[in-house]
Design a binder for this molecule. Structure first.
Ligand code: UD1
Length: 420
């Protein structure tokens, strides 16, 4: 357990390089086993989810070395095709190993994954996609068993553009004979980064970033070098922090086009935002006005992962901010917790109403999930007094040294590990 202590009221200022993307690196780590090869990844953030994924790679027999933001994986010695529950339960994106192991070994056995509790998070679309490619998929005692040493290219039609199902289909399709077309594919930038990695690995793949992805074959390369995409959600979180606390910050290592919807809402709230290639500067006097209603959607819509930090930034905004969460059914736990700071929050089904209050005051909070925990830090930066956030290591799943980053911008923040 980590206890974060944040004393609000300090303006943020300075320049900061944003970490590499969690949601890009996790599927790429899984993809590194597709063929016997060596991969060198740079720009890898130091996250709990990354460490667990490296443990999975080692469990499968790969050699993994980490130095700073670089990770070298040698997947030639891969010897296993099963991942035990003790590792799977730690993070949801571990399910992407299903497509990767199946492609490499012709069979895979995984237990159902864990991850943030954001409502039911089934994997039916992942399994259907693999079945469409000819895999025989069964479930037994909480395990998913996949067999398919002769996968065939097919049309995979996703009923909703699931990020994870798109990734699993891309990975498995690399091992299929013939052409695979994934329709209604997710269009997130992290899917484009995965395509970039897979192409370097020797896959003939096109269309990522659009709703139709084609996989036409695979001639594995012995060595791949890839730089991980900047994290658009970490960037959005830092912008929300500055919007809430007030200040003037510049973020480097960003692709501003990846979080336009978040910047639009922050501009509507009264922040001054200037983007240049690779940087974004945000100025805020800390007195925001409620932006137009926010509806979370698949990319290029407003990202569900940025909903909690933006909500935290709007707690003191003049007027009422309305959020509609369409991706996950249980993503307002942070909203209820933020009431403890004096926030005026009401929830009706998938809609949250935030009526701006004059002041927030410190209170002990409990982080229930990754982005919700980040939202608590954002809110605490704008609250009077010292807020303690009790966190069972949710925030470190996705943020690399967040306390150091915010402290470098002038925030009064520290964290201690405490035994439970
Ligand atoms: C990924 C991101 C996560 C983000 C989410 C939505 C990673 C590691 N995680 O998660 O941060 O919040 O995209 O942008 O990249 N669904 C099904 N059946 C399935 C799969 C998904 O019904 O088999 C539903 C989910 O319950 C959810 C919706 O589809 O309601 C979208 O989920 P999905 O895009 O798959 O999210 P993840 O890949 O889990």
């Amino acid at each position: 357990m980590t206890i974060w202590r944040v004393t609000g009221g300090r303006r943020l200022s300075g320049e900061l390089a944003v970490q590499g993307s969690k949601n890009a690196v996790l599927p790429i780590l899984a993809a590194s086993i597709l063929a016997p090869c060596e991969t060198l990844l740079t720009g890898v953030p130091d996250l709990r989810d990354v460490r667990i994924t490296l443990r999975i790679l080692r469990h499968l027999g790969c050699t993994v070395e980490r130095e700073g933001d670089q990770i070298r994986i040698d997947s030639r010695p891969l010897s296993g095709c099963e991942i035990p529950h003790s590792l799977m339960r730690e993070l949801r994106s571990s399910v992407i190993f299903l497509g990767a192991i199946l492609a490499r070994c012709g069979q895979a056995r995984l237990s159902l994954p864990g991850g943030c509790e954001l409502g039911p998070r089934p994997v039916d679309l992942h399994l259907e996609a693999l079945r469409a490619l000819g895999a025989d998929v069964t479930e037994q005692g909480g395990d998913i068993i996949c067999k398919g040493s002769d996968l065939r290219g097919a049309r995979v039609i996703l009923p909703i553009p699931s990020v994870g199902a798109t990734e699993n289909a891309m990975l498995a399709a690399c091992a299929a004979r013939g052409v695979t077309v994934i329709s209604n594919a997710a269009r997130e930038p992290e899917i484009v980064d995965l395509q970039k990695y897979l192409r370097a690995l020797g896959a003939r793949l096109s269309g990522a970033g659009s709703a139709e992805i084609r996989v036409e074959g695979f001639a594995p390369a012995p060595f791949v070098r890839h730089r991980i995409l900047p994290d658009r959600i970490a960037a959005a979180t830092l912008l929300c922090a500055c919007a809430a606390a007030g200040g003037d910050i510049t973020l480097t290592n960003v692709f501003p086009s990846h979080f336009l919807t978040v910047m639009d809402s922050l501009s509507e709230a009264g922040c001054d935002i200037i983007t240049k290639s690779g940087t974004v500067t945000l100025r805020s006097d800390g007195r925001l006005i409620a932006p137009r209603p926010i509806v979370t959607r698949p990319y290029p819509g407003f990202p569900t992962d940025a909903q909690p930090p933006l909500m935290a930034a709007c707690l003191r905004a003049r007027g009422t901010t309305v959020f509609t969460e369409t991706i996950f059914s249980n993503r307002y736990r942070h909203a209820l917790e933020l009431r403890r700071l004096g926030a005026d929050v009401s929830i009706e089904g998938r809609v949250a109403f935030i009526s701006g209050v004059e002041r927030l005051t410190a209170a002990p909070l409990t982080a229930g999930d990754l982005r919700g925990g980040a939202a608590m830090i954002v809110a605490a930066l704008a609250a009077e007094g010292t807020t303690e956030i009790f966190d069972e290591e949710h925030i470190r799943r996705g943020y690399d040294r967040l306390e150091q980053q915010l402290a470098a911008l002038g925030a009064d923040i520290s964290c201690d590990r405490a035994s439970n």
